[in-house]
Ligand binder design. Structure first.
Ligand SMILES: [Zn+2]
Length: 289
């Protein structure tokens, strides 16, 4: 079975590009205690990628608090990631108690997932208790979810079958402004800035073909999608403003429509020199330019 390992080498669950406000408490490389309000960039079951302005020593244990839920958990600093467009240091952190589910999303372990090869990972939300799960759906289940806009499935928290819907995410800040100066989540200006163009965004991992105008192609998976755009990780070298062509979905490639898209932001991905890209779909037939 092909393993779409797009990020950190030992990734044990699907990752989600989720911006969660957090408080980070710990000691910097000089041994000075700090307390920083910041946010996550990527989360998975076993950890995440976070922005922390203070310099950290790998191996250091931090206390991270999810400011939405006030749930705290100890994390270990694993490595410093490539610098983001914003210039703030990004750190890979490992959760020392993954049972806590600090991110508010349940990431099923591999054994909990049905043993079928073509699973689509989707962030769902129980309509009763609003718990979230990065669910692994069969093609049939995914199609039912899209057609009915909800899907009955068991909720571990409710202990019963419930209707699940897509769990919406907030747009990435980079989509609005690639070099937003501050990682502060308390700033109201940053919030309203995002609000202007907020788009309903779904964490859905769909098969994706990316083609450059010169013919270079790569198969990948979406990280998230919205009506107007998508985010994906890819090895192809693209710059902000570049025109690319994407085809997304579960249909056979020959049945899929290739859609022109424009690269809006780019961020190094952790691990193997890949990058995350945000692209805006450009409707129509790509005439004029
Ligand atoms: Zn529930």
């Amino acid at each position: 079975m092909p393993n779409h390992s797009l990020g950190t080498p030992a990734r044990r669950s699907e990752r989600v590009l989720l911006r969660i406000p957090i408080r980070v408490e710990g000691e910097d490389t000089l041994g000075n205690a700090f307390d920083e309000t910041t946010y996550t960039l990527v989360v998975n079951r076993s950890g995440g990628l976070i922005i922390v302005a203070h310099l950290l020593q790998p191996g250091t244990v931090l206390k991270i608090t999810n400011l939405k839920s006030q749930i705290s958990c100890p994390f270990e600093v694993v490595m410093r990631a490539a610098t983001s467009l914003s210039g703030h240091p990004e750190w890979g952190v490992k959760c020392l108690d993954p049972e806590v589910e600090i991110w508010g999303v349940h990431f099923p372990t591999r054994t909990e997932e049905p043993a079928q090869p073509d699973l689509t990972h989707v962030m769902l939300e129980c309509q009763e208790c609003f718990s979230r799960e990065m669910a692994a759906l069969t093609v049939q289940q995914y199609r039912e979810l899209v057609a009915q806009s909800s899907l009955p499935r068991p909720c571990p928290k409710c202990g019963a079958t419930r209707d699940w819907k897509f769990g919406f995410m907030e747009a990435e800040l980079e989509e609005v402004s690639p070099d937003l100066p501050t990682p502060s989540v308390s700033g109201s200006t940053a919030q309203s800035e995002v609000g202007k163009r907020r788009d309903k965004r779904l964490a859905v991992k769909l098969p994706l073909e990316v083609r450059l105008p010169d013919g270079c192609e790569e198969t990948s998976t979406t990280e998230n999608i919205s009506k107007s755009g998508l985010c994906f990780a890819c090895n192809l070298e693209m710059q902000v403003g570049d025109r690319v062509y994407v085809s997304v979905g579960l249909d056979a490639p020959v049945e899929q429509r290739e859609i022109p898209a424009r690269i809006m932001w780019r961020r190094p991905a952790t691990g193997k020199g890949r990058a995350f890209y945000g692209a805006k779909l450009e409707g129509g037939r790509g005439e004029g330019q």
